[in-house]
Write a protein that binds this ligand. Sequence first.
Ligand SMILES: [Zn+2]
Length: 175
Amino acid sequence: MASLSATLLDSFVGKSVEDLCPLGFGKVSDDHNHCAHFVGHVLKLNSSVTTGLTCAGMVHAGKKHPTAGALIRVNDIYNFCADLDDPNPLGCLAYYTLKSNIGADGLMGTMRQKHVGICFEGHVYNYGNRNDKVRKDKVGDLANLYGKATITRYTMLPMGHTVLTLDEIKGLVPK
Ligand SMILES: [Zn+2]
């Protein structure tokens, strides 16, 4: 089992959703937003950790390889994790959305303008949906992702997560 490190996270930079998902959900230039999907695979977030729609649910209606799948919605991850005031340099999650997408109850809604990445040692590793590759930004560089109304939020890493290498992610589905 791996632990979060710059070496591990750097190894994902430049990978596309087709490289990442062992279930084959997602194609380069499709209409899906794969930022949560990327975070979900690296941290092994699926039905064994929390509820929410996963790529296994999209591909096999959840009947095959449920624990090889990953959450694919930013709000399902955000609403499961404990809030942080400031990023933890040793690992946390960073989110970008619009203020109107956070309800009075503090939960994130389903607006399309929502983005998540893994924050580590001053960088945010996140799936760039525009060029369909994992990218590495400096903390703060995505603060205007949706224009001036963008808000940034941080949470702790999800309870029960497991850090996986790309080989371990792929290994969850037998060839
Ligand atoms: Zn997947």
